[in-house]
Ligand binder design. Structure first.
Ligand code: AMP
Length: 235
C-alpha cells in the first residue's frame, strides 16, 4: 500500500514524502483509515514501540482538528518525558506544511515555564506525562472544553511505571472525548480501563515484531551484575 491511497490531506502527504516514508507501516495501514473515518470511534491498537505508532495517530488527528483554533483539542499521555518530547518532534515534522501547535508537559522541571508556554503559544495538542498532566488539571490551567481526543501511548509502560491511577483519573475527567490507546501488551488493568471507559472500541493488533534492523547483528551473554561493564567492554 502507498501513503497516497490513504486519503490524507495534501499537507500531510507532502510531509510524509518529505520524511522519506514510502509505505505505511502495518499499524499505520490498519489504524489510519479507521481513525480518520467519518464515524468517531474509540480505538485500541496493540503494537510494539518503533512500529510507527506516532504517525498512526498523528496523521488522523490532523484530519480532525481545527488548525485555526486556539483551544486544546487533543491530549496525549506518554510514560516518559523523552517519549513526550519525541512525540512532539514527530508531530512537528508530520505537520510541517500545516503546522499544529504542540506543548510537552512533564515533571522533573519547574512547571512555571510550561505554564508560560501554555498561555503564550495556545497549543492545540498537549503531550504529557501523567503526573504533570494531572497537576495541570488540578491547577485548572488546562481548558479542556474543546478537547475531543485523549490518546494514550505505551499504556502498558504507564501501568508498569505506576502511573495508571493518574491515567484513569485524567481519562475520566475529559468529557465528550474519543480515546485512542496504543499498548504493546494488554494486562488486566488495561483491559479494565477499556471495559470501563471505552465505548465499543475498534481493536487492531499488529503481530509482527520487527523491532530492529536486519543489518544489526545482536549478541548477548549472561553475566553477574558486577561483571556487566567489564563484559560489555570486551564486546
Ligand atoms: P514510532 O513507532 O512512532 O516511534 O516510529 C518509529 C520510527 O519510524 C520513527 O523514527 C518514525 O519517524 C519512523 N517511521 C514512522 N512511520 C514510518 C514509515 N511509514 N516508513 C518509514 N519510517 C517510518
Amino acid at each position: 500500500m502507498l501513503f497516497s491511497e490513504l486519503n490524507l490531506k495534501p499537507s500531510s502527504l507532502k510531509a510524509v514524502e518529505a520524511l522519506g516514508f514510502k509505505n505505511p507501516s502495518e499499524i499505520q495501514e490498519k489504524s489510519i483509515p479507521l481513525l480518520m473515518g467519518e464515524k468517531e470511534i474509540d480505538f485500541v491498537g496493540q503494537a510494539q514501540t518503533g512500529t510507527g505508532k506516532t504517525a498512526a495517530f498523528a496523521l488522523p488527528l490532523f484530519e480532525k482538528i481545527d488548525f485555526s483554533s486556539k483551544s486544546i483539542q487533543a491530549i496525549i499521555l506518554a510514560p516518559t518525558r523523552e517519549l513526550a518530547n519525541q512525540i512532539c518532534q514527530e508531530i512537528d515534522k508530520l505537520s510541517k506544511f500545516e503546522p499544529v501547535r504542540t506543548l510537552a508537559v512533564y515533571g522533573g522541571v519547574p512547571i512555571s515555564n510550561q505554564l508560560r508556554d501554555l498561555r503564550k503559544n495556545k497549543p492545540q495538542i498537549i503531550v504529557g506525562t501523567p503526573g504533570r498532566m494531572l497537576d495541570c488539571l488540578k491547577r485548572n490551567v488546562l481548558e479542556l472544553d474543546n478537547c475531543r481526543y485523549a490518546i494514550l501511548d505505551e499504556a502498558d509502560e504507564m501501568l508498569d511505571m505506576g502511573f495508571f491511577d493518574d491515567v484513569t483519573e485524567i481519562v475520566a475527567s475529559v468529557k465528550n472525548k474519543k480515546i485512542w490507546m496504543f499498548s504493546a501488551t494488554m494486562p488486566k488493568p488495561i483491559v479494565n480501563l477499556i471495559n470501563n471507559e471505552f465505548c465499543d472500541p475498534e481493536m487492531v493488533k499488529v503481530t509482527k515484531k520487527i523491532l530492529t534492523s536486519d543489518s544489526i547483528d545482536q549478541k548477548y551473554c549472561v553475566v553477574r551484575r558486577h561483571d556487566m561493564a567489564e563484559a560489555l567492554c570486551r564486546y
